[in-house]
Design a protein around this ligand. Sequence first.
Ligand SMILES: [Fe+2]
Length: 292
Amino acid sequence: MKIYPSGKVLGARIVGIDLAQPLADAEFRQILRALGEHGVLCFPNQRLATDAFARFGRLFGELGINVANQFHEPGFPEVMVLSNVITGGKPIGLADAGQGWHTDMSYSKEIALANVLYAVKVPVRDGRPLGDTQFRNMHAAYEDLPAEIKARLNGRTATHDFAKFWDMMRARPGSQRGPLTAEQRAKKPPVSQPIFRPHPITGRAVLYCNPGYATRVDGMPEAESVRLLDFLFEHQAHEKFFYAHAWTEGDVLMWDNVGTVHNAVADYRADEPRYMRRVQVMATKDYARLAA
Ligand SMILES: [Fe+2]
C-alpha cells in the first residue's frame, strides 16, 4: 500500500490495496492516520461487491442509517444509493444528495467520522468527468481564524437542524423531496454542537460549523448569532481551504466528516447517469488510540 498526498490542502491517493480483501491491522491504522492527515482519501480501481463495501466502512465504526433514506441497496439499509437514474418511471437513488456545503450528521447527537462513496457510474462529457465532490479543510479554517473570534466562540455551541438542509433542497425547482414527516422530524430534533471541537483522530481543533445545518449560535442575541455565523461561513469558503475530487468509475472515496465540509456539484443532466453507493461511518471508536 502506498499513499500519495495531493500536495494540496486536502487529498491523497492510496494505491496497491484491494479493499475487497480483509485489511491487516497495520493497514487499517495507516489509513486512519491518513484520513486525519489528508482528509480525503481516494482508492482508485476498486471492484467491490456491496457486502465488501459495507465491511470496509464498518472497520472504522458503526454504519449510520439515514432517517429519510428510502434509497438503499436491497438487503443493505446501511448502503445508500445516490443516483439520478430513473428505472420504470421511478428514481432508484437520492438524486440531489449533498448539493450545498454541509457536514453530514452534524444535526445528530452522534456525529459521523467519515463518509465512504463507491463510484459505480460517473457521467463524463467531452472527456471530462462531471459531478465533482468539493471539500474545504476545517483544520486549516480553524487555525486561520482571527484570535478574537477564537476567543469569542471558545466553548460555545451552535444549533444544527436536519430540516434546514432538507427544506433548502426541497425549495429548489424540480425537487423530488417531500416535506419531512412528523415522525422523521421527531427522530432528528435540532441538537447543539461545539463550534470548535478536537478532531477524533488528530486531536487538533477544527471548525465544526457548516452552512447546511447550523442555524444559530446558542445563548446569544439573534443579530449577534447571525453576524457570527455569516462570518464563519464566509471565512471557511476561502479558496485556500478548497479541494475538489473529480471522479473515475471504481474510485472509493473516503472523507473526514469532522474536519471537512463538502458539496456535491450538480453539473450533469438527467440523461447523464450517475450511480454511487455510500456508507456513513459513525464516530463510535477511540480513534486517537487507534491512530497512535
Ligand atoms: Fe453529504
